[in-house]
Design a protein around this ligand. Sequence first.
Ligand code: ATP
Length: 515
Amino acid sequence: MHQEELFKQLVSHCKEYGFIYPSSEIYDGLGGIYDYGPMGAELKNNIREYWWKAMVQLHENIVGLDSAIFMHPKVWKASGHVDAFNDPLIDNKDSKKRYRADQLIENEIDRLEAKIEKEVEKARKRFDNFDEALFRSTNPRVLEWAKRIEDISRRLANALKTNDMTALKTLIDELEIADPESGSRNWTEVRQFNLMFSTQLSNIAGEEGKLYLRPETAQGIFVNFLNVLKTSRQKVPFGIAQVGKAFRNEIVARQFIFRMREFEQMEMQFFVRPGTEMEWYKYWKERRMAWHRAVIPEAKLRYKDHDNLAHYANAAVDIQFEFPFGFKELEGIHSRTDFDLGNHQALSGRKLQYFDPDLNEHYVPYVVETSVGLDRMFLAILSTGFAEETVPDAQGEDSTRVVLRIPPALAPIKCAVLPLVRNKEELVAKAREIFDRLKFHFMCQYDEKDAIGRRYRRQDAVGTPYCITIDFQTLKDDTVTIRERDSMLQERIPVSRVVDIVRQKTAMIQLLEQL
Ligand code: ATP
């Protein structure tokens, strides 16, 4: 299936099966904001738990935190967000549509890259023994486009680095970039737009009382560095992890839950001795990739080094996932030096230092950060697992199925309990009895409506790894059939073994032991 088509189907599937709804839908929704339905809430909880256990439970030297969304306004001054958390904005005067200037230019780069790939594919079909490297390095058209890409990328990076909005506008004009929707080239100037949402405290008027909704969870960790250090008996190197909401007034919120205005981050700041940060950066880069690989096929993941380092970082890499709309950032791993603690120390006047007993000296620790979006991870898991397939030996309506092949430990429902028919009292009673026992161990769903085949399909569509069917033989010998989602194979097992089998196959430990 074409990726674009697949993505559309996935979005409607999410709504139909209670994973994700547009926010305030009865009022026609709110751009870039989404609600998680019953299945979505479970899946999100499970991904969150997988992250938390992998980071906090498996590492003796990482502790958790749950800091507030609102923080003192000076936090955002020290972190640089008040002055520099901006995106370049441009309006089209005819269509009245608003865009990010850098993204319009990046689209142009993508267009040129696509042209190169098309040319390579054409040549591959034309020549036997095709030498791709030779073709790329000698074909005049490919070389010309590659040079343009290099030139545009360099100018874009420079303009962003120096905050030169005029240079961005010049690039847009020179490249004759048109509004993707209307085709108009009637643009305004480019201007900076701060992405933080703000609100006002009730008891303090003016700037002093201006509060921001946090645009990242990391700052809650930095300002609690001393508290945690004093109360957790940790020694450098150690980490603080937290999961929570973050808010960004994204100029263009697109691609479903990939870019939202309210989203959730899972962040960990690891405090290290200055000079050792590169070792730890390398360590976390590998550890975090292992975490992703346990739930996503390797071919869909890759590292992408940052071409332009943020002013506070001395190394940065993204873990990208191949979303249906291409490889994009899923997680960022950044070596942030002492930028944050140093700035908070300067602005607050409090010493944010660690006494290192081995060196017999105080220092401001350096920080290696891992930051992954929970919603992006959700989308990555769903788009990896979502499949429409034909069912061998089935006919009519049953000949195809939509199945979510997601890791059993992340599945919203671990086990469905299904009486073969609903009009036999003994079957229903037995199924209810089994359900009432299983529900203490994991998320189960009882379902007696419709033919058994349709009930299996319903469970496939939400990724339930096991279905237990109670039939007439159950009443005779206390056995049930257990059906596995991916293979659709059924086996007869004693009722007494159901808990152990399902628990063992769907437990979080299945993932954690791979790390
Ligand atoms: P992007 O370049 O895609 O805007 P970023 O580099 O600004 O992302 P970070 O500030 O490094 O992102 O945030 C860490 C993680 O938080 C990202 O890797 C991503 O998974 C998630 N994230 C950031 N912005 C959003 C958003 N608007 N919606 C959903 N998730 C987001």
